[in-house]
Design a protein around this ligand. Sequence first.
Ligand code: OSB
Ligand code: MG
Length: 368
Amino acid sequence: MQIKKVTVRKMKMRMKEPFATSFGTMQDKQFLLLEVKDEKGNTGWGESVAFDAPWYTEETVETNLHMIRDFLIPVLLGKEITHPDEVGALFSPIRKNNMAKAAIEGAVWDLYAKRKGIPLAEAIGGNRERIEVGISIGIQENLARLIEKVQGYLDEGYKRIKVKIKPGADIDVIRGLREAFPNVPLMADANSAYSLDNIDLLKQLDVFDLLMIEQPLAYDDIFDHAVLQKELKTPICLDESILSLEDVRKAVEMGSTKVINVKIGRVGGLSEAKRIHDYCMANGIPVWCGGMLEAGIGRAHNIALTTLPNFVFPGDTAGSSRYWEKDIIKPEVVVEDGFITVPDEPGIGYTPDFQTIDEFTTASYHFE
Ligand code: OSB
Ligand code: MG
């Protein structure tokens, strides 16, 4: 197949409520939506998960647009491709910019699966009919509010609760939650808010029987996490530090992590995400699918990825209604009893809703 045309839409969608992490608070979600077209007029869709500010990783909506327009599309347009795995190879001379790469590669994966007439999940080798989901809850004003939120999501059926922590809102928050919910699968995500100076504080988390603590130390660290893991009973799960299979291999060999949060955008695409999955499975490291507050297209890709067998923990892939008044796909992603039913239509299995997409588009660019 050949990519003959790419449409890039700049989107802005307001989330139902602000999402607060140790690095900042987001409510207006800006992102890029990509549509690729082949020589026969088939289309595939991808979503860039870069935010509008470089607080999580260094990529932003604008840097992604620059990379996609000036480097990635020129490499891809008109090239003969037989399998989406080849896209990563075409992009490999371009350093990092993983979220930009993943957005295009994801669109090519959707297109590839549609051309074959099979669901994206099947195209990557997944075979679950439904996936288990958890929820990630931002930092709240106070413990009472957080407990109320957690109760609400448990009532909706979510199977694992993740809460954000930061210095000054950590041990007391987790203690309070554990007292309120003694048996709930619970974990904490620090988004790189601590350093080895905080070892004594982090060790206090060990009594709360957390599934894991996500990315306690620096966003680009692997070494200090190994030092910390030796002191902690709670398993460490790396998020920000993992940009590739090579990063995973080093982190696992060094003992820096016992679980991996896989985000397609952060690792540069579905092909690399699958390689990470396969390596972790072979090495006894469970993985789960992280989230980036995606709209429907990105969410659909996450659902397909989660059908692989070593996705052991429920992911952050909540339903559309957790974030959006109206999502950009039909049907929307629905969570029932803590499960999402994996669509069996070809490709991502959800249809882009052009009316809603147009409503949230702030600019669009065409390349052919
Ligand atoms: O660290 O996983 C994270 C949201 C924005 C940036 C980073 C993270 C998150 C989440 C929410 O935890 C995931 C989601 O619900 O999509
Ligand atoms: Mg995280």
